[in-house]
Design a protein around this ligand. Structure first.
Ligand code: NDP
Length: 502
């Protein structure tokens, strides 16, 4: 029998109890994994084990595919009108809202993000995302195409079938909803693998999905490791699409697996090393605040984090001074602390990885302007860190660190800024700070990135597409754009009088 996770939250900002099943969720039921093994889940603020979840295996993926195919043929897909799918999705969003504090608290406990940010960004945006796509469920339509009077020609946007979702640990519930929203709205059934580091909100969501009344098998959640469960999803011939959020390294493996198996349709949301260009006419107070948010929000574990800060030479010293004040003001502490802005990194592995990058920066001759050290002895807390005196080929300038580490670099003029900003294999996002709107627009149009910001950072919206240029990904999440990745377009030609004599 799968175990239950029970936890009592008592914090200055929230108190309440949560209790839910931690088995794998297939065909509307929780069960043990087929090998009956478990995975430990840690609280990054303490480093202690807080839960045991069932570990999925490739055999469980076979079972999940069977359930998802059955649901697709019998109770979902073309068997369930869009308006009905919309009702169920809205019910799910309402249940999430009812449990907003609980979901936010689970996310903070499991992933180390602060309760404040978890509640006010992650969970609120996740609810909005399900509502946004619920609105689309009965509005995805084909077209009638005028050809000749002898023919009626139209297109249908049909659901693809069983889709696999593999997601990262940095925004567990939000990423789950980014995937579920367009997939369910268009009538696909889902097998989702959360990161085994942060599986708890996905499992709690399964109970809400059941309570909302989704037919069994429409959503299946199989936690497990990437090289077993993730690999099985990407190679499975019964899964016709995979939408993946994670590193560029694993993204390549997903693409290879898709090519080697059934040539499945893939969407890849991958890493980034985004630039933020601060021109000499920027409002420095505003720029310093947004720049700090751009690098350090969510402990720097944001794919679109604008960690390469390019500052125009004339304001470099002044900006550095202001930015340093902002870094000093970032309160790193207990995710449930009333004044905490920044929690611990998600795991020991991530903590070590970031520390190795900081060491590499020092070894390669960059200067730690501020930060660079561990905080405390328990959990994975570290100081927000800024490097100066870097060179373009240093690891800390080129590679995604996925932690609270930024690099501050000087530029001379617009051409120099754009050249340096575009000098990356990534192209997820880019920001520009200036009070001159023409300069802002000219610059963002020249930046090679899927999302660009003028005078802000890390700002997204459910109806605006998000995704990468270059090695930051293929396809788009969010907005109407994401819907296109979840349907097969079928053309229908009806003969109304075209003669044929043989
Ligand atoms: P990983 O690529 O390591 O893992 C992502 C997911 O893929 C996890 O669930 C992982 O499982 C799974 N996985 C690992 N190996 C395989 C495999 N061979 N086949 C199938 N699945 C596999 O990324 P992280 O979880 O470390 O997340 C950080 C990365 O995600 C960063 O690069 C970040 O930029 C990116 N990201 C991109 C976003 C975007 O929208 N562009 C948004 C958020 C993050 P397991 O945990 O067991 O390894």
């Amino acid at each position: 029998m799968p175990s239950t996770f029970s936890y009592e939250f008592k914090t200055p900002t929230y108190s309440g109890k949560t209790s839910f099943n931690t088995g794998i969720y297939i065909n509307g039921e929780f069960r043990d994994g087929s090998d009956s093994t478990t995975i430990d889940v840690f609280n990054p603020a303490t480093g202690q084990v807080i839960a045991k979840i069932s570990e999925g295996t490739p055999k469980d993926i076979d079972l999940a595919v069977e359930a998802a195919q059955k649901a697709f043929e019998s109770s979902w897909g073309l068997k369930c009108p869009g308006a009905q799918r919309s009702i169920l999705m809205n019910k799910l969003a309402n249940l999430m809202e009812k449990h907003l504090d609980e979901l936010a608290a689970i996310e903070a406990l499991d992933g180390g993000k602060t309760f404040f940010w978890s509640k006010n960004v992650d969970i609120v945006a996740a609810i909005d995302c399900i509502r946004y796509y619920a609105g689309w469920a009965d509005k995805v339509t084909g077209q009638v195409l005028e050809t000749t009077e002898a023919k009626l020609t139209y297109t249908r946007h049909e659901p693809i079938g069983v889709v696999g979702h593999i997601i990262a640990w940095n925004f567990p519930l939000l990423l789950m909803c980014w995937k579920l929203g367009p997939a369910l709205a268009t009538g696909n059934t889902v097998i989702l693998k959360p990161s085994e580091m942060t599986p708890l909100t996905a499992l709690r969501m399964c109970e809400l999905i059941a309570e909302a009344g989704f037919p069994p098998g429409v959503v299946n959640v199989v936690p497990g490791y990437g090289n077993t469960v993730g690999d099985a999803i990407t190679h499975h011939h019964g899964i016709e699409k995979v939408s993946f959020t994670g590193s560029t390294l694993v993204g390549r493996k997903i693409m290879e697996a898709a090519a080697k198996s059934n040539l499945k349709n893939i969407t890849l949301e991958l890493g980034g090393k985004s630039p933020n260009i601060i021109f000499d006419d920027a409002d420095l107070e505003k720029a310093a605040n947004w720049a700090a948010f751009g690098v350090f929000w969510n402990q720097g574990q944001v794919c679109s984090a604008a960690t390469r800060l390019y500052v125009q030479a004339g304001i470099y010293d002044k900006f550095l001074e202001k930015f340093t004040e902002k870094l000093k003001a970032i309160n790193v502490g207990d995710p449930f602390g009333e004044t905490s802005w920044h929690g611990p990194q998600v795991s020991q592995t991530q903590y070590d990885r970031i520390m190795n990058y900081i060491q590499a920066g020092k070894d390669e001759g960059a200067k730690v302007h501020i930060g660079g050290e561990r905080i405390g002895t328990e959990g994975y807390f570290m100081q927000p860190t800024l490097f100066t005196d870097t060179k373009p080929d240093m690891k800390i300038v080129k590679e995604e660190i996925f932690g609270p580490v930024g690099v501050l670099i000087k530029f001379e003029d617009e051409e120099d800024a754009i050249r340096q900003a575009n000098d990356s294999t990534y192209g997820l996002a880019a920001a520009v700070f200036t009070e001159n709107i023409n300069r802002a627009i000219e610059t963002v149009h020249k930046l090679k990135a899927g999302t660009t910001w003028v005078n802000c950072t890390n700002s997204l919206h459910n109806n605006v597409p998000f995704g990468g240029f270059k090695q930051s990904g293929i396809g788009r999440e969010l907005g109407e754009y994401a819907l296109h990745h979840y349907t097969n377009v079928k053309a229908v030609h009806v003969n109304l009088g075209i003669p044929m004599n043989i």
